[in-house]
Design a protein. Sequence first.
Length: 61
Amino acid sequence: MSIDQILAEATALAVKELYGADFPAEKIVPQTTKKEFEGNETIVVFPFLKASHKAPDVTAQ
């Protein structure tokens, strides 16, 4: 199992537990973080905003 698969499955589980929304792990694709930001992988949170009812920065936390 690749790190991208692990991140996608963990993200799908977290969204389910936190917001009660089902997002298939196959639809969550980690991206390489831009050089101006810290980190290696990024999960785009915009698809989860409808379920979280929160701002993107708060949802990302």
